[in-house]
Design a protein. Sequence first.
Length: 114
Amino acid sequence: MKISRRLLTAVAVLAFAFSAGAADQRMPIDGALKIAKDYLKERGAAQTIVALTLENATLRGESYWFAKWASPILGGDKPELGLRIGMNGEVSKIVGGGAAPSAGPQRVGARNIR
């Protein structure tokens, strides 16, 4: 019993250390908003940003900003839904699926798998 308590304490301390270290390296929301606005201006897209959220990508505490467009930007293979902005300023596009799902009954959930 003592070993499991010590293990839980060690895991909790390590998790706190990783999250505290990552919090010091966060880009402020103003910086992420400026990067997203500049990206839209360079593309010449008449889109607006409807959401800017801080997302956690991994358990180690790596985070990024997600800027979501009001409507997808069309023109490529897949519609562009938004932008992923890393804490170091690295930018990557978030794209969606191609075609819309077909109408009709669709199986959802593990219980419906046969």
